[in-house]
Write a protein that binds this ligand. Structure first.
Ligand code: ADP
Ligand code: MG
Length: 363
């Protein structure tokens, strides 16, 4: 019996297609190419182990894209153009983006790409029993995560805003791309857009016959193939208690994404109470999620799924997240770090993770 995620997984395939210093350093250290590349094609690419890197500031984050081989320059240019194009249609900060238009008028037709993301978000809403909800945007605004003028809301404000939250009231017509929201609702694809984008970049690289590439979209990593020398990529998972300098684990991957949601990424401290509020909202309470987890990394061949699930499993907490993995174990693996720094990994990546900490394996 195929789960919804697995069904969508094959569908996504068909759709074909700042951390700054630390990320730069990490990618340099962990992903640097060693030795001459072994070309697998009939005619070996003399530039198989030559690397180029570009940097893109988009989607509210800092991105680093590296590709190897003789077509790398053209592939990277195409990748950059695609990022900018996607930002234009998705950005909530741009008045004329597709998302802003829908939010302003309550309905509107969207392009194929936006429709794929909204469909994914609606499926995730069902699969995660509401933990992933693309309608939390009014709550993000209320808490000040949009304007960065942070504010702890009153119970009345929360209750009023919660009335507008619920992805079960968003309708997408897959045939026409018409999206309709319930009154007062607003949607935000911030929880999956970067994963969709990194997935798309892999498609572009393939179209350019690139065999080896790695991208970091604000710390969300996705890799094409292996490193040019045939070895797996090694991706660092940040220590949530020392995100600028520490690593909690390193995972080896081939052709996969490692997408992390961490409470350390965006947060504010209420000066009156000393309470920390983080940018991932639990739609069942309206409050920033406090599930006992500090960071969740999803390892999957599907970047968009990984992005959505990193947010959702962070909200679920360890026990529910482990159960969710058990019923979807063919689609992804995960590295979960709790508030005490304990590192949990799922069985599927048991041989691929190294860490200075004791690793607890979920089975
Ligand atoms: P980031 O994008 O900061 O790397 P995430 O992938 O975890 O981290 O996404 C967080 C973003 O997702 C928030 O900035 C917000 O736009 C959105 N978001 C917050 N809570 C939820 C939720 N429960 N469901 C869906 N999206 C959410
Ligand atoms: Mg996410």
């Amino acid at each position: 019996m195929k789960s919804g995620i697995m069904r969508r997984f094959s569908c996504i395939r068909r759709w074909g297609i700042a951390f700054a210093c630390v990320c730069l350093l990490l990618t340099g250290l962990l992903c640097g190419c060693g030795g001459r590349g072994t070309a697998s094609a009939a005619t070996p690419d003399p530039e198989a182990s030559e690397r180029s890197t570009i940097y893109v500031d988009s989607m509210d984050t800092f991105m680093e894209l590296s590709a190897f081989g003789s077509t790398r320059a053209a592939a990277l240019q195409a990748a950059k153009e695609e990022i900018l194009r996607l930002n234009d249609i998705l950005s909530i900060g741009l008045e004329n983006s597709e998302i802003s238009r829908v939010n302003r008028t309550g309905s509107g037709k969207v392009s194929n790409d936006t429709a794929v993301m909204i469909r994914e978000a609606l499926t995730l809403y069902e699969e995660t029993e509401g933990a992933f909800d693309l309608t939390v945007y009014p709550l993000m605004e209320l808490w000040g995560f949009v304007s960065k003028e942070y504010h702890v809301p009153t119970e009345e404000e929360l209750a009023e805003t919660m009335l507008r939250v619920g992805a079960d009231r968003v309708v997408l017509d897959d045939e026409t791309g018409l999206v309709t929201l319930d009154s007062g609702q607003a949607i935000d694809l911030g929880g999956i857009a970067k994963g969709f984008t990194s997935q798309r970049l892999m498609e572009i690289f393939r179209e350019y016959n690139v065999e080896s590439a790695i991208v970091s979209l604000g710390g969300n990593m996705q890799c094409l193939g292996t490193k040019p020398d045939g070895s797996p990529w090694r991706i660092g998972v940040k220590d949530p208690f020392n995100p600028d300098f520490g690593l909690s684990a390193i995972v080896k991957i081939v052709d996969k994404a490692v997408i992390t949601s961490g409470g350390y990424e965006r947060f504010f401290v209420d000066e009156e109470t000393g309470t920390t509020y983080r940018h991932i909202i639990d739609p069942s309470t309206g409050y920033p999620a406090e599930s006992g987890l500090s960071s969740v990394s999803i390892i999957s061949s599907d970047g968009m799924l990984g992005d959505g699930l990193s947010t959702a499993l962070y909200i679920m907490g360890l026990d529910k997240a482990a159960d969710f993995w058990r019923s979807h174990r063919d689609s992804f693996d995960a590295i979960l770090i709790d508030n005490n720094g304990n590192v949990y990994i799922t069985e599927g990546i048991e041989g691929d993770v190294s860490s200075d900490h004791t690793i607890h394996v979920l089975r």
